[in-house]
Design a protein around this ligand. Structure first.
Ligand SMILES: [Zn+2]
Length: 105
């Protein structure tokens, strides 16, 4: 029996750099779709230290048309002022200045 001794394939020293061909930048990724804008707390910006329920025009701006309170995620208010806004909205609702809810049109 003749045994064939397999010789390892000669290592053709292929340059590693050649294998990594640089891909062209994807055209649809080239442009940013959204420009992320920094949200600023509206209460802090106007330098109001306490949200007053009597200033209902301002408080109303943090509610949806249906009467729901807008989240911090949407308006960008800080935690401290969001707490004050919710309190003010709930007070205004109790005083019938702001609605608890309005029907969807
Ligand atoms: Zn704030």
């Amino acid at each position: 029996m003749s045994e064939e001794i397999k010789t390892p394939a000669t290592n053709t020293a292929a340059p590693a750099a050649a294998a990594k061909t640089e891909r062209p930048a994807r055209p649809y990724m080239a442009k940013k779709r959204f420009e992320s804008r920094r949200k600023v707390c509206k209460v802090c910006a106007e330098k109001i230290d306490n949200v007053d329920y009597k200033n209902f025009q301002f408080v109303k701006s943090f509610t949806m048309e249906s009467g729901k309170i807008l989240s911090r995620r949407i308006t960008g208010t800080c935690a401290k002022h969001q707490r004050q806004i919710t309190k003010a909205v709930k007070r205004d609702r109790n005083l019938a200045i702001l609605p608890y809810s309005l029907p969807k049109k």
